[in-house]
Design a protein around this ligand. Structure first.
Ligand code: RP5
Length: 281
């Protein structure tokens, strides 16, 4: 289980280290592999602090700095903001939550709205690759069927990704999954009851946990819940005309294999689906 390895003390994030922070000119303090974990002393570690100005006052964002009087309910879900991490209780250091995976070379919230975990949901919509006679296409080398997924191209880093998004305050994850797919991959187009029904039939849970997202900081990080919605016969969502919308610039059915490069650690999450469906990789 590859994504199962996303565990504090085992997994080292890569995307949120040793880079210039997105949409800024703030350079992260260098964090070599051996200094990722908080349990390892990193003499002189002094990351710059950065929180993007435009998130101040947004309804989806926290106060600039938690004060003693106004302490968020760390490690709790108060039904408005879910501050529980999938990786257990996180530490509060100098009044701020500490990234459970380790150092990122930046403190503050960067572009993220919440101190601590920022919860997202990722719908992995799949079908089997078929030829023009609607027969399965089998991979020449592995002899396995080829999975195709709906991937969007993100407008912020131009990378292809699962069409996921943030869970709104108090929103049920199942609602987020359908909403994000409809917004990003169908551009809100009304596709009737079929999409509604397809999501209602339920997806298979694939992953819940930390995302190695380029926006993570020492005090704010992405976590997600990913479900696989598979159209086995290719007669439902598999037939839909895709249309990029919201913060996606492109959308397409993409063949899934080991060469696929995706945003954050989405490819690792996807690999769980490949194993579960015994597809080509
Ligand atoms: C990733 O960013 C998550 O896995 C999800 O796909 C996405 C949510 O952020 P936005 O697309 O809303 O920016 O970390």
């Amino acid at each position: 289980m590859l994504v199962g390895l996303v565990r504090p003390g085992v997994f080292r994030h890569i995307t949120c280290r040793n880079s210039v922070y997105p949409r800024s000119n703030v350079t992260r303090y260098p964090v070599p592999d051996k200094f990722v974990f908080w349990t390892v002393n990193y003499e002189g570690y002094s990351p710059p602090c950065y929180t993007a100005g435009h998130i101040g006052g947004q309804s989806w964002a926290d106060e600039p700095l938690p004060s003693e009087k106004n302490q968020p309910h760390w490690n709790h879900n108060d039904d408005i903001v879910n501050r529980v991490s999938f990786h257990g209780e996180y530490q509060i250091k100098d009044g701020l939550p500490q990234n459970p995976i380790g150092r990122t070379g930046l403190c503050g919230r960067g572009l993220l709205g919440r101190w601590g975990p920022n919860h997202a949901a990722d719908p992995i919509v799949t079908r089997w690759k078929r030829d023009d006679k609607a027969e399965f296409v089998w991979h020449k080398t592995s002899g396995k069927k080829i999975l195709q997924m709906v991937a969007i191209q993100r407008s912020d880093n131009k990378l292809w990704a699962i069409p996921g998004g943030m869970v709104d305050p108090g929103e049920n994850v199942s609602v987020t999954l359908k909403r994000e797919f409809t917004e990003e991959a169908l551009n809100f187009a009304d596709k009737g009851n079929m999409v509604e029904q397809f999501f209602k039939e339920g997806g298979v849970h694939v992953y819940s946990g930390y995302v190695d997202d380029f926006r993570n900081t020492d005090n704010a990080w992405m976590e997600t819940t990913a479900l696989n919605f598979h159209d086995e016969e290719g007669t439902k969502v598999g037939q839909l005309q895709l249309n990029a919308g919201d913060d996606a610039t492109n959308v397409r059915w993409t063949d899934v294999d080991a060469n696929l490069k995706l945003h954050a650690n989405h490819a690792d999450i996807l690999q769980e689906v490949v194993a579960m469906r015994n597809a080509h990789w």
